[in-house]
Design a protein around this ligand. Structure first.
Ligand code: CA
Ligand code: CA
Ligand code: CA
Length: 488
């Protein structure tokens, strides 16, 4: 919990503290004679918060829909927020997403069609920044929400580099951005929107990646083609371009130019007939070119007035989640693909197959984080919501866990289980495969019950384990006792 007295005594100072606690942190760690330590001070260390200067680039930069009173040119945005999965580029930069950005904004009583499509609501989702910072009051600054929802490129090796919002890759409540490289060295960036009935995208760069790191590739993600995925029922699929002037993406349908197509990527995808997915989260690519996406859950699938099942999202009331995968025809830039379901999550003892359209699966639930390690193992991290944990369909799972899957056999094995009230998220490792880094996010949730450390409902004091201590999110370093390669 950020404030010992919770949301009481709400003030401009508390808003600034909350904004400073958002964004991205760059830290340096070092293996010092067998013990990993944070390097401090570090020439790389910095915080990029909800108030750090960032720049917009690409086709939507300077667009009328991105101009505000504070930024009449529509090219400079203060900050990034709700940053979710991690993405590393081959040229040494970091891609972060702006997932549930709309929750920070408050709309008016009358919402435009565009605002409704992006989930704006009066009062926002409880962050209450708009009460002391008019930037987040969309009745006063209606274009400010359009300046979030972008993939942000950060150069971690240059502490003076400005983070860049890359508009060519489209706007969305993206979970993350995962880069694959074509045989002719172009970058293909896969993105999913972690939101019910939203879409999976990929961006194909026009130009090839150049040697020379971030400086040599500073405009690579500004030029290229954005596509949205359509999964057909025959196990094939296609990527449909979000290109202005093609198909229905015309001025007559509300898209004046390419900038507007990118800002209104959801509306464009609606018109293009893309497949509405069950909350696509992380994306990972294996050694054989299969691209995996977790579809974490979607309990509204098939509910009244919601889309019913389709081949790619075959469960009514998908409380458990699944992992779908596809392989592009030709190369990563291909516009058609073959797909299948890699694994369905879910408690096999709740044998509810068929009658309700459920498909039983492996003994884990709500897959979210994905990472392919150097050996080709697929690591899966789970994010059952704390409120649903231990109840109903999730009653037999315990806490959120991390698993490893053999992509050739489909076998899935449990690797670790987190403390109470947490999500396990984010994984990376050293090139030798002997050290893994994972994150434990929001242990001890629900945090609003922990404002009083003596609260008997406090569920965790991980990792400090101090009596009456508050829980903290933390990175865990994992090594084998014998120092060998993890997963062997
Ligand atoms: Ca997410
Ligand atoms: Ca996630
Ligand atoms: Ca999640």
């Amino acid at each position: 919990m950020l404030f010992t007295d919770g949301m009481a005594n709400w003030s401009a100072e508390k808003v600034r503290k909350s904004q400073a606690a958002h964004g991205v942190a760059i830290i340096e760690v070092e293996d010092k004679a067998g013990k990993w330590e944070v390097v401090s001070p570090s020439r790389f260390a910095r915080r990029i918060t909800a108030n750090t200067r960032t720049e917009l680039s690409g086709p939507a930069a300077g667009h009328a829909m991105l101009k505000t009173a504070a930024d009449p040119a529509g090219r400079v945005v203060m900050g990034t927020l709700n940053n979710c999965a991690s993405g590393i580029t081959p040229w040494g930069t970091y891609l972060t997403s702006e997932e549930n950005f709309i929750n920070y904004f408050s709309g008016g009583d009358q919402l435009t069609e565009h605002e409704r499509r992006w989930g704006l609501r009066k009062g926002g989702a409880g962050y209450n920044w708009h009460q002391h910072d008019a930037r987040f009051d969309a009745t006063k600054n209606p274009n400010e929400p359009n300046r979030f929802g972008w993939i942000v490129e950060i150069d971690p090796r240059n502490p003076n580099a400005t983070p860049i919002k890359r508009t060519a890759m489209g706007r969305g409540a993206h979970e993350g951005a995962t880069v694959a490289v074509t045989k002719d060295n172009r970058a293909v960036v896969y993105m999913g929107e972690d939101s019910r009935f939203e879409y999976i995208y990929k961006f194909v760069s026009r130009d090839a990646i150049q040697p020379g790191g971030a400086a040599a590739n500073s405009a690579l993600l500004d030029h290229g083609t954005l596509y949205v995925a359509k999964f057909n029922s025959d196990g094939k699929g296609q990527w449909i371009a979000l290109t202005h002037g093609q198909g229905p993406l015309t001025a007559a349908n509300g898209f004046a130019d390419q900038g507007e197509v990118l800002i209104k990527a959801r509306q464009a995808s609606d018109l293009l007939g893309a497949t509405k997915m069950d909350r696509p989260e992380w994306i990972a690519v294996d050694k054989q070119g299969w691209v995996y996406t977790t579809l974490t859950n979607n309990s509204n699938r098939g509910a009244d007035k919601q889309p019913g099942v389709d081949a790619a999202n075959p469960r009514v009331n998908n409380t458990q989640g699944n992992i779908i995968r596809w392989k592009e025809d030709g190369d990563f830039h291909g516009t058609t693909f073959a797909w299948n379901h890699f694994v369905f999550a879910g408690d096999p003892s709740l044998d509810r197959a068929d009658a309700k359209g459920n498909i039983n699966g492996d003994m884990f639930s709500c897959p979210d984080g994905l990472w392919v390690d150097g050996r080709g193992l697929l690591w899966i991290q789970c994010d059952m919501s704390t409120g649903a944990m231990g109840k109903g369909d999730l009653k037999n799972f315990g806490n959120n866990m991390m698993l490893a899957a053999d992509v050739n056999t489909g076998e899935v094995r449990r690797f670790l289980v987190g403390p109470a009230g947490c999500e396990i998220t984010g994984a990376t490792g050293t090139p030798d495969g002997k050290t893994m880094f994972i994150n434990v996010q929001h242990p001890g949730e629900p945090s609003n019950e922990l404002s009083d450390p003596k609260n008997p409902r406090a569920v965790s004091n991980w990792p400090d384990k101090k009596p009456n201590g508050r829980p903290r999110s933390a990175t865990v370093v994992i090594r084998k006792a014998d120092g060998g390669v993890i997963g062997t």
